[in-house]
Ligand binder design. Structure first.
Ligand code: SAH
Length: 259
């Protein structure tokens, strides 16, 4: 890569949360940051429509990880981000949802900091709260849920998070990210906790045109996900609050036979 030194611009990095997918769910502060970007580094879950806010001549680099395609390692992304900032000025690091919710945002912040490059953080709407919300599933609701857990289905060693065991025994709303391909195992954990009848939902591509939703109960959700061919990115919601979904009753009845 040949980088031309730009002596006029101070290096700086903005870690920007892009929201869950719908380009209108970016904050105004995010739009303003993109307007002054010299470089935009963006991830797989970021809607490319957001790049329209960046200047036409800004460098736009896709650094996402999509299965089966070439992907950048985190250390390579860190280096690229710092290189671009030192050579071009303002790097906007555009990340899906919120940068600090399973986004590895702090690793990027710490790396930039080790080069004394100033970093600002602009939060984004995390899919963990925003996607259920768009479905009219509140993560808390008076009388139904006093707290919510956001847990990863896949930890850095590829295992299911142990926190899911504890969460399954609580009355909290449990939102699982990166958990679709571990759904069978997760469902078993909830069943072991005696939660067969607990309402559950899975949302694929929330807030986008390819959004898909299944709503049911712990006992039926796996069969429903298979039947509806739900694919990643998707998140799982377990909790009484799912019963507030406008179609809950109809869908539970409709799928009662497949459990
Ligand atoms: N920082 C992001 C999460 C990154 S982890 C955030 O705050 O939203 C990536 C996981 O988030 C995906 O595997 C999926 O479980 C979930 N996810 C992200 N966007 C989603 C969307 N639009 N619909 C459903 N799940 C989504």
């Amino acid at each position: 890569m040949s980088l031309i030194q730009n002596i006029n611009r101070e290096p700086k990095i903005t870690l920007l949360g892009a929201g869950p997918g719908d380009p209108d769910l970016l904050t105004l502060k995010g739009v303003n940051a993109l307007k002054t970007a010299d470089v935009v580094l963006y991830d797989a879950l970021v809607n490319e429509a957001l790049l329209i806010h960046a200047p036409v001549n800004a460098i736009k680099v896709y650094v996402g990880k999509r299965s089966g395609e070439h992907s950048y390692e985190q250390t390579a992304i860190n280096k690229l981000m710092v290189d671009y900032a030192l050579n071009y000025g303002h790097v906007v690091r555009l990340k899906g949802g919120d940068p600090f919710v399973f986004g590895r945002g702090y690793e990027e912040l710490a790396y930039a900091d080790s080069y004394s490059i100033p970093v600002s953080v602009i939060p984004g709407i995390s899919s963990s709260i925003g996607v259920p919300g768009l479905q009219q599933i509140p993560v808390t609701h008076r009388g139904l849920s006093e707290s919510f857990w956001v847990i990863t289905g896949t930890t850095s060693n590829g295992e299911i998070s142990q926190d899911i065991y504890q969460a399954s025994q609580s009355s909290a709303t449990v939102i699982v990210l990166m958990g679709l391909n571990k759904l069978a195992q997760i469902v078993e954990i909830f069943k072991t906790a005696g939660k067969d009848q607990l309402p559950a939902a899975v949302v694929q591509n929330g807030s986008s045109t390819s959004e898909k939703l299944v709503v049911g109960k712990v006992a039926t959700i796996l069969a429903m996900v298979k039947k509806e061919k739900i694919e990643a990115p998707a998140l799982l919601v377990f909790g009484e609050v799912v019963s507030l979904h406008p179609s809950f009753k109809t869908l539970v009845k409709q799928y009662a036979s497949i459990a």
